[in-house]
Design a protein around this ligand. Structure first.
Ligand code: SF4
Length: 405
């Protein structure tokens, strides 16, 4: 198959664009209708914020948009000039650069940029950068910044951790009520958690269709299709969308294209290169069928009958905050479930928290599973840290290695 091969678009994508467009429009309508805006980290307590009636903005989503539109590379230096190192999270630096320059993909939707926050709410389950990122805006706008400090490198998720994180989450209610100007309705919180869990079940089912051979969906598709699971969990629109997408994928299973090899992507996407990487793998008939990244928005532990403790469990059990042995067990299960032939690790220069090739994990897993692996050096947003030519050559050699086996 030539490397210019194109993958068939999903019919559901038009609906996704409509759903996402409606979500973004709420940032205009919300303040007009008296609703407050909360910024939330991507694995922060979104259900709590929704139940309190906030419009919820996820700055990492804006960061990914800046990466995908390749605006990031020009914007990052502005944040560097204001004291944010080029070595730290390039979502942070591109988002701050966007704010400083007043340029954003939101302008294509007739908005000046992301909505100004009335409150910023973080969870350090993923990294420390999110707190530093939010504190910058809290100082800029003189608004509160509150959050949850989750331990990292968690082995056993025991009661002491769950009690602590649940207590921290519950302690957010009072300051958030003060900003929202309403009292938390426990029924509304339960309903929101129920909606969030239903979204999770559907999103997992979408990703699980990739266990079919050949797979009807790739990691590159998933990186786009995950939008509603990230920004609309706790909302009926996300559920409606994934029902449509899942039906289409189930149909596609029957007419999947041939694939010679099945690859697992570990680490962040390279947002500005999703399309060219997707095309290269398609041309090589090597399908990147599963990833840690897309699976990170599956929160099966959410339980409407136990809101705070189940949120604590769901958000403290995500891959990124687990110990290396737990991460390896997880990848081991994924390799088996998705019938993986080889693993690609993306070492994202500015995201050490989501780069797992730095402390011998590929070697350990290779020894255990016997699967070939490739480490790609790059970055989520800063394309100055990525060599396209080198990566293309390395991927070709990797696929040849799989063929030789
Ligand atoms: S996990 Fe990585 S990409 Fe995400 S906010 Fe933290 S440093 Fe940035």
């Amino acid at each position: 198959m030539p490397e210019t091969a194109e993958r068939k678009e999903f019919q559901a994508t038009a609906k996704m664009k409509a759903v996402m467009g409606k979500y973004f429009m709420e940032f205009v309508k919300g303040p007009e209708e008296g609703r407050k805006t909360a910024w939330c980290t991507s694995v922060g307590p979104a259900e709590l914020l929704r139940a309190l009636g906030f419009n919820v903005h996820f700055p990492e989503n804006h960061g990914a948009m800046l990466g995908a539109t390749r605006m990031a590379t020009d914007l990052i230096p502005l944040a560097n000039a204001r004291g944010f190192s080029p070595d730290i999270c390039s979502y942070l630096t591109s988002d701050v650069g966007s704010y400083l320059k007043g340029e954003s993909p939101f302008q294509k939707m007739n908005m000046t940029g992301p909505p100004k926050a009335d409150v910023l709410v973080f969870n350090t389950n993923q990294c420390r950068d999110v707190k530093d990122w939010f504190q910058f805006y809290a100082r800029e706008w003189d608004v509160p910044c509150v959050g949850i400090h989750t331990p990292r490198a968690i082995g056993d998720l025991d009661d002491s951790i769950l009690d602590d994180v649940a207590r921290q989450t519950e302690a957010l209610v009072e300051p958030l009520e003060a900003v929202a100007g309403v009292k938390l309705d426990p029924d509304r919180l339960r309903q929101t958690i129920d909606l969030s869990r239903r979204c999770t079940v559907l999103w997992k089912a979408v990703l699980d269709t990739a266990a079919n051979v050949p797979s009807p969906v790739t990691f590159f598709d998933g990186s786009i299709q995950m939008g509603p699971a990230v920004v609309l969990r706790g909302h009926q629109d996300a559920i409606d969308y994934y029902e449509v997408l899942l039906a289409e994928l189930e149909e596609r299973v029957a007419d999947g294209v041939g694939e010679r090899f099945r690859i697992y992507w570990e680490g962040m996407p390279i947002w500005g290169k999703l399309r060219s990487l997707s095309q290269q793998f398609l041309g090589l008939k090597a399908c990147v069928v599963a990833s840690t990244y897309c699976n990170s928005w599956i929160f099966e532990d959410l339980d409407p009958d136990d809101p705070f403790r189940s949120m604590a469990r769901a958000y403290s059990s995500i891959f990124i905050c687990r110990s290396d042995d737990r991460k390896e067990q997880y990848i081991d299960r994924m390799v088996e479930k998705f019938k993986i032939d080889g693993i690609l690790y993306h070492d994202a220069k500015t995201c050490p928290s989501n780069s797992n090739s730095r402390y011998q994990m590929p070697q350990r897993l290779h020894q255990k599973l016997g699967k070939p692996y490739l480490v790609v050096n790059g970055d989520l947003n800063d394309l100055r840290l990525y060599s396209e030519e080198q990566t293309r050559t390395n991927i070709e050699a990797f696929v040849e290695q799989l063929a030789e086996r």
